[in-house]
Design a binder for this molecule. Structure first.
Ligand SMILES: NC(=O)c1ccc[n+]([C@@H]2O[C@H](COP(=O)([O-])OP(=O)(O)OC[C@H]3O[C@@H](n4cnc5c(N)ncnc54)[C@H](OP(=O)(O)O)[C@@H]3O)[C@@H](O)[C@H]2O)c1
Length: 238
């Protein structure tokens, strides 16, 4: 039977790499993000490799758009085997000076969207005895100066995932938090610019490193559950 996955943020970075890996292992992959062109590029890469995917544009900062995305998924499939929350946004600044709207943006995309989308697709995941993946960040392990708002939303995401696991695990759905360090993606380029540091991609993980590690956990037999993965560049950047 064909397996179905939804990857938010599937147009780039870690989400794109995971979408490619899921498709390579036989999943039909729905990709969600704001930028249709990026999503279509991922679809094309998956198609060239013999897989199947469909792009669904959605702005996860917008509740109506999240509801529309969930409705589109429900119209296409009665079950969902894998839900990957990779979409995320980054803002930087000290608590003294940051604009409060930055915290609101981070909350909408990094926490509220995964919460609501999971809620809307809950029944589909139950039917498939599916798996939910939350892409978190090592920022939660040691939040440094300027990272407070971002780290706070990701720490809340981990708490939400832990609570969800306690609720849904007895019903056969596994919940995985992936905690990557610095990875060579457009978001990390933005981080480097804001930190005013030169971008050295060879010092970073590749998105596929994170995807590969995540697939190892997803592919475990149902007798076991990986709850968290921390994966960082072999030579840690400060
Ligand atoms: N790169 C790192 O070093 C690193 C480290 C730790 C954790 N992470 C986490 O990894 C996840 C993936 O990020 P990435 O590094 O792969 O960066 P990325 O390539 O920039 O991916 C972020 C994705 O989020 C999507 N997105 C952002 N805002 C959105 C919105 N309002 N609605 C829908 N989609 C939205 C973007 O798609 P559109 O532009 O098409 O909307 C984009 O595809 C994020 O949750 C990030 O916090 C990254």
């Amino acid at each position: 039977m064909k397996k179905i996955a939804l990857v938010t943020g599937g147009g780039s970075g870690i989400g794109q790499a995971l979408a490619q890996r899921l498709a390579a292992e036989g999943h039909f992959v729905f990709l969600a993000g704001r930028n249709a062109q990026k999503l279509e590029t991922t679809c094309a890469l998956i198609g060239q490799a013999g897989g199947r995917a469909e792009a669904l544009t959605a702005d996860l900062a917008d509740e109506a758009s999240i509801r529309q995305l969930a409705a589109q998924i429900k119209a296409r499939t009665p079950t969902l085997d894998v839900l990957v929350h990779s979409a995320g946004c980054f803002r930087m600044g000290t608590l003294e000076s940051a604009h409060i709207a930055d915290l609101d943006d981070l909350y909408q995309v990094n926490l509220r969207a995964p919460y609501l989308l999971t809620q809307l697709l809950y029944a589909l995941l139950l039917k498939a005895a599916g798996q939910i993946v939350f892409i978190n960040s090592t920022a939660i392990l040691n939040p440094g100066a300027n990272w407070g708002a971002y780290a706070a939303t990701k720490a809340a995401l981990r708490a939400m995932a832990d609570s969800l696991r306690a609720e849904i695990n007895p019903r056969g759905v596994r919940v995985l938090t992936v905690i990557p360090g610095r990875t060579d993606t457009p978001m990390q380029e933005q981080v480097h610019q804001l930190e005013n540091r030169p971008y050295q991609a060879d010092r970073l993980m590749r998105p596929d490193d994170v995807a590969l590690m995540t697939m190892q956990a997803l592919n475990l037999p149902p007798s076991a559950e990986v709850t968290e993965i921390v994966v960082r560049p072999a030579q840690k950047l400060s």
